[in-house]
Write a protein that binds this ligand. Sequence first.
Ligand code: G16
Length: 544
Amino acid sequence: MPVLTVSTQPFPDQKPGTAGLRKPVSVFQQPHYLENFLQAIFDTCPELQGGALVVGGDGRYFNREAIGILLRLAAANGVTKTVVGRNGLLSTPAASLLIPQVKAKGGFILTASHNPGGINGDFGVKFNIATGGQASESLTNRIYERSKTLDRYLVLDDTTDIDLSRIGQQVLGPMQIDIVDPVTNYADTLEPLFDFAAIRTLLETPGFRMRFDALHAATGPYAIELFENRLGASHDSVAHAEPLPDFGGGHPDPNPHDAKDLVNLFMQADAPDFGAASDGDGDRNMILGRGVVVSPGDSLAVLTANAHLIPGYRSGLLGVARSMPTSHAVDRVARQLGIPCYETPTGWRFFCNLLEAGKITLCGEESFGTSSNHAREKDGLWAVLFWLNLLAARGQSVQEILTDHWQEFGRDYFQREDYFIAENATAQDLMQNLEARLPRLPGTRVQGIQIESADSFSYRDPVDGSESHNQGLRIITGDGGRIVFRLSGTGTRGATLRVYLERYEPDSARHATPAGTMLGSLSEAAREIARLPQVGLSRPDSVT
Ligand code: G16
């Protein structure tokens, strides 16, 4: 086999973040940059030799070129077969499901998720293991260590053009390439989990309207297949369905800040009955009803409380998990159901061990991610189907379901405030200084709020015993509230400080009060505690 060994220099900045390596497109376009990172993965995972790989991406700018490079490196590193989504497209959940289904040794998902795309946007590479789950923290660290000493990569000396649009088998040197329809397998996997007949009846009810906004990202073709083709939703139900390399210039993140148009639509009196959106690679979801956006913590809690109504989950739940900054709403439901509830650091990879060990059935995060043990990634369209099935089974609107839920369990008001900080070093200093002050906070009052305790969150994985430290700073207040500070691990420029605010309200007479009102003083307290105005951060850049 004609393999070239190309000399290279290590790049010092190839440390993956919360989910893979994400950088501006221009960084990935530097000579050898992508090749180096891929080679670091092949060197760290010798099990990929002689096996199959799944490859696909969210269709963002540089997706096709990157796949071309990846295929040549894979062939040179002994991969015998790659399964590639047609036109290089695979949503993250679809790729994750495909990996174990085709018995691949792993998969490469080319995505920067919710980060903007286009030539001036971001690109990213995620490596998932044979279970379909994200690489663990220790594997990610080993890949990073390898990237720091890499001085060569292997590439097939063969520039045969692979036609990514043609479903079927092709070859590249000794490697077989199977181009597959990215949608059918995914839709076939999800369908048996839900009562499609009941959802179809709901969607065909005269006057019922839904709107799913694919934000010109990966989920468009999947949503059309599921909602319009299989479930009979009207043909205007899926908006912005065509995946575009720059996502149509938008920010493909389903949250009230970035998907403002959709939120505004649902605040109108004549809004559709049900709405949802997903992100660049299809793993996040936001659920809306007329006049209401469901907060991610509430969504997880509602799904847990109602799982017995859904065919795939009728036999009960093993347990649930949420990331630490996610609201405690699901904890109350788990307590009532008598099932375990785990609290993990931010990052889906921390759920994977729990899922694999059969400890949990559902899990979710504050960053608009939810999923179940059907996959090892979060799954945006799965959550949308779950909610539709719930609407059909309960015969209620989104607002009615939420109101009933709060009535029974109380309401966990939740909001995330993001502060953009231009200099990374400023952000690191801010966190270090705050951490140093934590021991002095308990017993003090800030903005009239009593502080009960404060710590830095550490996690011990109950399956493999591995420990993760410095996973966010927590302040617990006397009125059932909590403030969490952490730095985002998915940005590519400067730093983003995330401040998560939460407050429990058992009294249903107060459940209609807007979150901003309920959390106003906690927000002020957070700014004072972290001394944000002193570094010019007097107001958040976004609130979701
Ligand atoms: C990624 C991870 C999620 C995590 C999120 C946090 O999401 O997959 O598990 O919750 O990052 O983002 P940040 O560190 O910016 O708060 P995604 O959708 O970008 O893959």
